[in-house]
Design a protein around this ligand. Structure first.
Ligand code: F6P
Length: 341
């Protein structure tokens, strides 16, 4: 069998662990050939790929990013290619495609599958917001990075009696904010799923200070937003091209708290540092298991599905089910965090 593999969308720690696992299982157990498309679906459409053997994947388990490169989808070109996807596979010469990616990548995988290509998907995202899988690899790493940041920020915040507003990733789902906020002992957590009132945060910080605790850390997901009318958060900044740009909720909230509290409040935007660097042991193991199961699924001809974690087991779920809606943080998980939203 000749297996094509690609990584698309935003990168994520653990992608290389999947690539390595696919190659090991496919080459050593089945005697398959594996080719890696460069820069996501762009490489598939351009026919840009390279052969992946044991040597090519040696030493990449702990490496962040993706050795294959990634890119966002060129929608029109992709749609046109879908019209005759099996012909594209025949022309390039591969039997099964294993795309590794988030919601956009898996939606594209479903389109290819519907067009007649043999596809086995592997989910990834640091946001942990893909439904049908309990976890995605990359999430544990991102939560670890954000937790460490909050641990570090607390000591400097305390020295200077400051409020730190830490903005973490998560445009539509607040999983990273929820778990890093809990693990990092944030004093307030703001999630996209539940609009917050800045007055509650002000109250909380004032209470802390009145108890003699002279600092606070607020963890805010990038997609969090205030309740209507509670705060003007579309605070624009003029970039070097003279365009007004949205500053992001972390910056806007720090400014708001500083104004209302009369105390220094600093925004800390963690941004892509959460996506970079080496994956945690948990993410390496999950990614490796996904890779192994993807190859098994390919040999069972279990196409149009993706690997998923359910409890501690890896199972296969239809791509259609996986991309219907995002997995957001449920109310009981928010309540457990006992924070101010
Ligand atoms: O999908 C993961 C994610 O990290 C989001 O949380 C974030 O908003 C987005 O990617 C940013 O991606 P980029 O800046 O690479 O387009």
């Amino acid at each position: 069998m000749r297996i094509g593999i690609l990584t698309a969308g935003g990168d994520c720690p653990g992608l290389n662990a999947v690539i390595r696992s696919v190659v090991h299982r496919a080459v050593t157990h089945y005697g398959d050939e594996v080719i890696g498309f460069e820069d996501g679906y762009a490489g598939l459409l351009d026919g840009r790929y390279r052969s992946l053997g044991l040597n090519e994947v040696s030493g990449i388990l702990a490496r962040g990013g993706t050795i294959l490169g990634s890119s966002r989808l060129e929608r029109d070109r992709f749609r046109a290619a879908c019209e005759d996807a099996p012909a594209l596979a025949k022309e390039i010469g591969f039997d099964v495609l294993i795309p590794i990616g988030g919601e956009g990548t898996l939606t594209a995988a479903k389109m290819l599958s519907d067009a007649g290509l043999s596809v086995v998907g592997v989910p990834k995202t640091i946001d942990n917001d893909i439904s049908s899988t309990d976890r995605t690899f990359g999430f544990d790493t991102a939560v670890g990075v954000a937790t460490e940041a909050m641990d570090r920020l607390k000591t400097t915040a305390e020295s200077h009696q400051r409020v730190m507003v830490v903005e973490v990733m998560g445009r539509h789902a607040g999983w990273i904010a929820l778990e890093s906020g809990m693990a990092g002992g944030a004093h307030g957590i703001c999630l996209p799923e539940r609009p917050f009132d800045p007055a509650d945060l002000v109250k909380l910080v004032e209470e802390r200070f009145s108890r003699g605790k002279k600092f606070a850390v607020i963890c805010v997901a990038e997609g969090a937003h205030p309740q209507d009318g509670t705060m003007d958060y579309n605070v624009g900044a003029i970039d070097r091209f003279g365009h007004e740009r949205f500053q992001g909720i972390g910056t806007a909230l720090a400014y708001e708290l500083e104004t209302r509290l009369g105390k220094e409040a600093k925004p800390v935007i963690l941004g892509h540092v959460q996506r970079g660097g080496t994956p945690t042991a948990y993410d390496r193991v999950l990614a490796t298991r996904f890779g192994w199961h993807a190859v098994e699924a390919a040999h069972r001809e279990d196409f149009g599905r993706m690997t998923a974690l359910r409890g501690t087991d890896i199972t296969m779920v239809p791509l259609a089910e996986a991309v219907t809606e995002l997995k957001t943080v449920p109310k009981d998980r928010m309540d457990e965090a006992e924070s101010v939203f």
